[in-house]
Write a protein that binds this ligand. Structure first.
Ligand SMILES: NC(=O)c1ccc[n+]([C@@H]2O[C@H](COP(=O)([O-])OP(=O)(O)OC[C@H]3O[C@@H](n4cnc5c(N)ncnc54)[C@H](O)[C@@H]3O)[C@@H](O)[C@H]2O)c1
Length: 382
């Protein structure tokens, strides 16, 4: 198979989808790997490192997109890339389609098979390709919050952890999954008071046992969220319903009840966001104010720390890339139901129920499109 690695073009996106070690694994297995010149630069990998690993380094995105059977990316294609999508091509990347109707329609029109990292799902509900980036984004959310609480950055001028004799900052985290847990760990480690809110009582029970520090856990409901947000200096949105658009749990009135200079970080903005006042921003222009509250809503937070994120992401994606390259799509999804759940679009059909529901498309089960696939599991939690 010919595997293509285009350079990421989203604002300040420095990650790359394959490391030279990953390229070597694919070329040793007999595949051709085309890497766009400069693709690895932001993550510290030179063109020469890819060439030494057996890749063909080619100038220009078009040459990669037009020749590759399998495109492996980090972020979703942007509109300038839509014309490069090839009929029947496999596209393996983060997509977050339920929050992006234009992209969904472009993928349907192009005839590609689009496999979304974030909906590859193991039988127990875990999302193995979202997890590493959620670990990064969760930890980073607290670094970012601490920065924007500082007065010169537009914040209230509070130290996240306080000092002896002075109240620490109050951090409210909505969603106690991977992002929420990692954010809580770092915030607690810095000495903040943390309130974790989730609908999953077992999860809250578990986290209250294993996390050390000034932690409060709360069941998710409108009243608990409103009360917690009112007293918070930092609110972090970390909710996910796999594949679906995020419910808006923090209303505009709740945001208005926060003190000016407080900070809202909607990590879930890539799936539409769980805070009514949030809208996607970029690393170049990351924040804006609503009622004096600083909003940070960057959908590709891990892109800012590519030396960590590229390794973390490719550790998780590479086994699936190798499987797709070795077995082809049909062989790979027959062997691996988790990967089958990643298929959101198959040659003009929407195959993920949550994406179909988001825009009123018919959902065609993958088993009806791939002969002999057999009955597929339904996504957990959607
Ligand atoms: N901005 C970025 O750069 C970036 C990076 C990584 C992940 N993300 C996003 O962060 C979000 C969270 O990802 P994750 O990996 O932590 O997901 P996860 O599945 O591990 O956790 C989501 C949590 O939300 C909880 N939840 C669902 N409905 C809820 C409700 N009504 N109230 C409270 N909690 C509720 C679930 O019980 C679960 O614990 C996703 O949208 C993901 O795409 C964004």
């Amino acid at each position: 198979m010919i595997v293509g690695v285009p350079k990421e073009i989203k604002d300040q996106e420095y990650r790359v989808s394959l490391t030279p070690a990953g390229v070597e694994m694919l070329t040793r297995a007999g595949h051709r790997v085309l890497v766009e010149a400069g693709a690895g630069e932001g993550s510290g990998f030179s063109d020469q490192a890819y060439a030494d690993a057996g890749a063909e380094v080619v100038a220009g995105a078009e040459k990669v997109w037009c020749q590759a059977d399998l495109i492996v990316k980090v972020k979703e294609p942007l509109p300038v890339e839509y014309p490069l999508l090839q009929h029947g091509q496999l596209l393996f990347t983060f997509l977050h389609l339920a929050a992006d109707e234009n992209l969904t329609r472009a993928l349907l029109r192009s005839g590609v098979v689009a496999i979304a990292y974030e909906t590859v799902q193991l039988p127990d509900g875990r999302l193995p390709l979202l997890t590493p980036m959620s670990e990064v984004a969760g930890r980073m959310a607290i670094q970012v919050a601490a920065h924007y609480l500082e007065k010169p950055a537009g914040g209230r001028g509070k130290l996240l952890g306080g000092v002896p004799g002075v109240y620490p900052s109050r951090v409210v985290i909505i969603g106690a999954g991977t992002v929420g847990t990692n954010a809580a760990q770092i915030a607690l480690g810095m000495g903040a008071q943390v309130t974790l809110i989730d609908v999953n009582l077992d999860r809250l029970r578990y986290l209250s046992e294993v996390l050390d520090g000034n932690l409060i856990t709360l069941m998710s409901n409108h009243r608990n969220i409103a009360n917690a947000v009112r007293g918070a200096e930092v609110v972090i949105g970390a909710v996910l319903i796999p594949g679906a658009r995020t419910p808006k749990l923090v209303t505009r009135e709740m945001v208005a009840s926060m003190e000016p200079g407080s900070v809202v970080i909607d990590v879930a903005v890539d799936q539409g966001g769980c805070i009514e006042t949030s809208r996607p921003t970029s690393h170049s222009d990351p924040v804006y104010l609503v009622d004096g509250v600083v909003h940070y809503c960057v959908p590709n937070m891990p892109g800012a720390v590519p030396r960590t994120s590229t390794y973390a992401l490719s550790n998780a994606t590479l086994p699936y890339v190798v499987k797709l390259a070795n077995l082809g799509l049909e062989g790979a999804v027959r062997q691996d139901p988790a990967l089958a759940l990643g298929v959101n679009i198959y040659r003009g059909h929407v195959t993920h129920p949550a994406v179909a529901q988001a825009f009123g498309f018919e959902c065609v089960p993958l088993a009806e499109l791939i002969p002999g696939l057999g009955r597929q599991p339904t996504p957990v939690g959607s």
